[in-house]
Ligand binder design. Structure first.
Ligand code: PMP
Length: 339
């Protein structure tokens, strides 16, 4: 018999539904659904640019951040070119690379779950068009700190675009966080990718954006589908920007829950690295496969990479408590974690 899913902690979504003010804005837009949205999403682009304090010709909006990434790949890749990224990572990169006709080049993570910057640099050659850096990293939650990122960017040749995926940046609290928009002037080959799907809780609405040089953004915008950004989503993003302080409090709560989950799991005997996204990463030699089975049995859906790891999205307090109770009940966890 299938066990019903009680808590979906598998897709790094926000546990919170849209704020009332955001819902009202969406309802007003729904009432106008017989009208097309803008041909190009200029108004939304300007709002996002003002909020990010960059000129609007440095912002490209797309259908989720995956949409912007696809537009980038389509803009810069020719058949036979390569796209380099650390693996394991977000599943979409190889798919998007293939959609654009590129050959994916996965580079193994270091054993502690960090993107191996030296190995990524070594994998770049004359056929490489894009190198992806995911910061904080999905699924491990590891972080590339400011100095390491600057050194990396200095060494990437200009013919390679750096896709710096910051889908989870709002959840990172490190003192050594890179200030990426300030790097754009020095690196015209950099695209900083952000999204309203995670911290802003609008995953269903598919709005992401990229910040980059005028030239790169212009090329990405040329791949934008006409009328491609829907009006209800646009209304929700504009209302969310107005409710930013309320939404930031929600992010703070997720961060506090992440730290609570980590602390409790450590005291149960699991080795849990410091994570900087809205998730917690468990890896062997801790018993991740048994953990995944136990969580599935308790109706908790998580992201399980058999033999490799378990990514738990930080949920609401109730969901996180269910995770803790379930993993605490594992007979093997202490023995395995001491191995
Ligand atoms: N980047 C990373 C690293 C992700 O993990 C995800 C979603 N899981 C995305 C991008 C996709 O975000 P969006 O909804 O903006 O397409």
């Amino acid at each position: 018999m299938d066990i019903p899913v009680l808590h979906r902690l598998s897709l790094n979504e926000s546990p919170y539904p849209p704020l009332p003010s955001v819902r009202e804005a969406m309802q007003r837009a729904v009432a106008q659904a017989h009208r097309y949205p803008q041909f190009r999403p200029d108004e939304l682009t300007e709002r996002i640019a003002a909020w990010c304090r960059v000129p609007s010709d440095r912002v490209a909006v797309g259908s989720g951040s995956v949409g912007v990434a696809l537009q980038l790949f389509r803009a810069v890749v020719r058949p036979g070119d390569t796209v380099v990224y650390a693996w394991r990572t977000f599943d979409a990169y190889p798919l998007l690379a293939a959609m654009a006709g590129a050959r994916p080049v996965p580079v193994p993570l270091s054993p502690d779950g960090h993107q191996d910057l030296g190995a990524l640099l070594a994998a770049l050659d004359h056929r490489t068009r894009v190198v992806v850096l995911c910061n904080p990293h999905n699924p491990t939650g590891s972080l590339v700190a400011a100095d390491a990122l600057s050194a990396f960017l200095r060494q990437v040749p200009r013919h390679v675009t750096v896709l710096l995926d910051e889908a989870y940046i709002e959840f990172a609290r490190d003192t050594d966080l890179p200030d990426t928009p300030s790097l754009l002037d020095a690196h015209p080959n950099l695209l900083v990718l952000r999204t309203f799907s995670k911290a802003y809780g609008l995953a269903a609405l598919r709005i992401g954006y990229g910040l980059g040089s005028v030239d790169l953004v212009g090329r990405i915008r040329r791949q934008q589908l006409p009328f491609g950004i829907n009006a209800v989503a646009t209304a929700a993003v504009k209302a969310s920007l107005q409710a930013e302080s309320e939404l930031r409090l929600r992010v703070d709560t997720v961060v506090a829950e992440r730290e609570r989950l980590r602390g409790e799991l450590v005291s149960l005997g699991w080795r849990v690295p410091h994570g900087h996204a809205n998730s917690v990463w468990l890896a062997p030699p801790d018993p991740v496969d048994e953990g995944a089975a136990a969580l599935a049995g308790a109706g908790v859906q998580v992201r399980h990479y058999p033999g490799e790891g378990l990514r738990l999205t930080v949920g609401d307090r109730n969901a996180n408590d269910t995770v803790l109770t379930t993993l605490a009940g594992l007979p093997t966890h202490r023995a395995a974690s001491r191995a």
